[in-house]
Design a protein around this ligand. Structure first.
Ligand SMILES: C[S@@+](CC[C@H](N)C(=O)[O-])C[C@H]1O[C@@H](n2cnc3c(N)ncnc32)[C@H](O)[C@@H]1O
Length: 442
């Protein structure tokens, strides 16, 4: 089969993903897996390379599933990501000629990732820590990943030495035995605070003091060391319990943007925090600029209260709704830390709490929502339509679910524009911010 690709080739209406092919390549590829709506093909011959091809500057590129666009010119990645958004809005959202702007670039497209949770294995007695090879559970990632913050690469190298010295065993998912499942790390890109730790299959960590001492000695930038316990077999990465082994158990980071100002945030081991805060600030600014000034704004899927806190500086009341009670605790602390006293946080699922909040009589002029990849639940969208705010800002990390949810919201709203932001350079992911205004008749 030969295809003129756009990274994803199309054949009789079906999308065919060809890993390591890039948009504009002409390739021969063999279909190796067929699903209902798409297929995966293996690249067998690069017939004519795209003009946008560049040498991938990572030795693990051919196996690692981390940054599939590393062999594509950065400007072309930005253009392609815009096309992904347009395509989803047209095909899934049935929006003709959607008003999608050019993708906002990331000025430093390497070493931008502030968080890692990397699996560990022991192969012939040697510890390996890194990303899995595409479609497998074999470790392929390079110890000096080009996307991870440099501090995190140092942490991975230090942790590998310590785990070897202490003869810790690697967890084996087939037998459900062994100790260490993942190495985790988070860094405050603007504060330099560094968290390191392990996800273990059991609570008892042998030689805990020796582990902490050795890790801090090898990685002196560490400000805190934690242990997360995940005894559940399967693919869930983090468990419920996190123990602080050294330091305060969280890190702090500062997000700044000219029109937003600067706010400081406390981040625990398991709370959601955007992995590229410089680009996240561009999304936040887009949302805040569009929906404020206003009296009352609701921020759905509010995490540790980043957007809610920025909104609070330009609204009379800002209410955040977030499922994770740990993140809500961080959000309350963060509001205090920043001297914000007009933000309120509700712990609970948006599909339950948003209708309840509206039933309590609150009348927001604006709603911001930033759901996970699955998008917003129908009950959330219905509650927003009933609340009828003048403006909605929908931040999405997955254009297909944004497009699906817009089919509901656009019954009463007009799509002003969509701003793609390159939050994850060299990967196929794109973040975007959709701005919606209530139709006059609604
Ligand atoms: C993409 S993150 C956005 C967080 C925050 N807005 C930020 O920028 O840091 C999505 C958040 O939604 C939360 N979440 C997931 N499902 C939820 C639900 N059904 N109701 C409320 N929050 C939910 C997650 O815990 C996570 O914090």
């Amino acid at each position: 089969m030969t295809h003129q690709g756009d990274g994803v080739a199309r054949h009789q209406g079906m999308a065919i993903f060809v890993p390591r092919a890039i948009p504009g390549d002409v390739v021969s590829a063999r279909i190796i897996e067929k699903r209902k709506n798409y297929a995966i093909a293996e690249l067998s011959d690069l017939v004519r390379p795209s003009a946008d091809r560049v040498e991938a500057s990572c030795p693990a590129f051919s196996q690692c599933g981390g940054c599939s666009l590393l062999n594509m010119r950065y400007e072309a990645q930005l253009r392609w990501k815009r096309t992904l958004v347009v395509d989803a809005l047209e095909r899934i959202g049935h929006i003709p000629n959607p008003p999608v702007k050019s993708t906002l670039p990331c000025e430093s497209p390497f070493h931008y990732r502030n968080k890692i949770v990397l699996p560990m294995t022991k192969e012939r007695g040697r510890i390996r820590i890194g990303a899995y090879a595409r479609g497998t559970h074999e470790i392929a990632g390079s110890a000096t990943c080009l996307l991870h913050a440099r501090e995190l690469n140092k942490l991975v190298a230090g942790a590998a030495e310590v785990l070897e010295e202490l003869k810790y065993t690697a967890y084996d998912e087939t037998t459900n035995r062994g100790l260490v499942r993942y190495v985790l790390g988070r860094v405050g890109m603007s504060t330099g605070e560094l968290m390191g730790g392990l996800v273990t299959a059991v609570r008892k960590l042998p030689k805990t003091q020796a582990f902490v001492r050795a890790l801090v000695e090898k990685v002196p930038q560490l400000t805190t060391v934690v242990q997360n316990v995940n005894a559940t077999p399967g693919n869930i990465v983090l468990g419920e319990e996190t123990r602080t082994l050294f330091g305060k158990g969280f890190i702090e980071d500062v997000i700044s943007y000219p029109e937003l100002g600067s706010l400081k945030f406390r981040i625990s081991a398991t709370s959601f925090y955007q992995i590229n805060p410089i680009q996240a600030a561009k999304c936040y600014a887009q949302a805040v600029r569009f929906v404020t000034p206003c009296e009352c704004v609701v921020d759905l899927y509010s995490g540790i209260g980043t957007i809610t806190s920025f909104l609070a500086s330009k609204a009379s009341v800002a209410v955040g709704i977030e499922e994770s009670s740990r993140a809500v605790r961080d959000a309350i602390q963060n509001a205090r830390l920043n001297g914000i006293n007009n933000a309120r946080f509700i712990a609970g699922r948006a599909e339950r709490e948003m209708p309840r909040l509206m039933a309590s009589g609150l009348k927001p002029q604006a709603v911001v929502l930033d759901p996970p990849r699955a998008g917003a639940a129908p009950d959330v969208l219905e509650a927003i339509l009933r609340a009828a705010p003048e403006k909605i800002s929908y931040i999405s990390c997955y254009p297909p679910t944004l497009a699906r949810d817009l089919t509901i919201l656009l019954q009463r709203y007009e799509l002003v524009d969509v701003q793609p932001v390159d939050m994850f350079p060299h990967t196929i992911h794109v973040e975007c911010v959709a701005s919606l205004k209530r139709k006059h008749s609604s």
